[in-house]
Design a protein around this ligand. Sequence first.
Ligand SMILES: Cc1cc2nc3c(=O)[nH]c(=O)nc-3n(C[C@H](O)[C@H](O)[C@H](O)COP(=O)(O)O)c2cc1C
Length: 304
Amino acid sequence: MEDLRVNIGSLELANPVMTASGTFGYAREFESLMDLRRLGAVIVKGISLHPRDGNPPPRIAETACGMLNAIGLQNVGVDRFIREKMPYLATLGVPVIVNILGDSLEEYAEITARLAGVPGVAGIEVNISCPNVAKGGVAFGTDPQMAAAATTAVKARAAVPVMVKLSPNVTDITVIARAVEDAGADSVSLINTLIGMAIDLRRRRPALANICGGLSGPAIKPVALRMVYQVAAAVKIPVIGIGGIASATDALEFLLAGATAVQIGTANFVNPAVSEEVVDGIAAYLRAEQLPSVQQLIGGLLVD
Ligand SMILES: Cc1cc2nc3c(=O)[nH]c(=O)nc-3n(C[C@H](O)[C@H](O)[C@H](O)COP(=O)(O)O)c2cc1C
């Protein structure tokens, strides 16, 4: 029997396959479509201090080998999340990682404080791709000092390991990764969506009401792999790979590039049971290669 266990700092996962924030709701939506207990971990939709309605429609557009979304971080807010969503999530028997977002350092700190001690919360993933309203809308994730400050604010109040989710919309992602590592992040996850745009020629209008949106899906995989490879070489903390993963082959490539675990996002919309299939596919690969443990693959890329 292959050993699929991986450790993200102090957090042990039964396997390296997680669901990516915003593509798996609050997990209950998928309970009739797959066996949720087979997941390495569940990462829930981004939670803010107050409920958000998100952007006006259209908020999604299909593109070549991917999709654009401008959901605008619609969510029920941290208090309703704790009251209405966490009790179910806590019964799943797999680690639940709560993705959080804020418009200011105070918001990041307050959400973290409210999540401290809530039963079932195994980790926090900090989305730093949102604009800091207090600082004129510059995204936390594009400035190393602001990224570090958000990490510090969360770490100071977190009762569980903290994973910081990096934005790819920067010149050198390793600078941000090192900044959040120095600020105490227990791990980094990457990548979030790449900013893109689509045009509806018939209407001569942007395909999204928000004009720009986040590109995800197979189209972004090579960019994500490159960034995971670079970040894994630049930091000592575990790196979680995200971006266009739709098969066990994709996931295994990220592990070789240096990821300790992976997250599956857009592929859930195409095949809601994809995560389970990726877990089975990783086990089958280990069997075929006669490798006893998935850990032997992590960072095992051969470069001549
Ligand atoms: C519809 C949609 C909603 C998303 N919402 C969030 C979110 O709330 N927080 C977050 O950190 N990332 C969010 N993401 C980004 C994904 O978690 C992931 O980083 C990205 O889509 C790349 O992975 P993929 O190519 O496997 O989808 C969202 C992505 C999509 C497509």
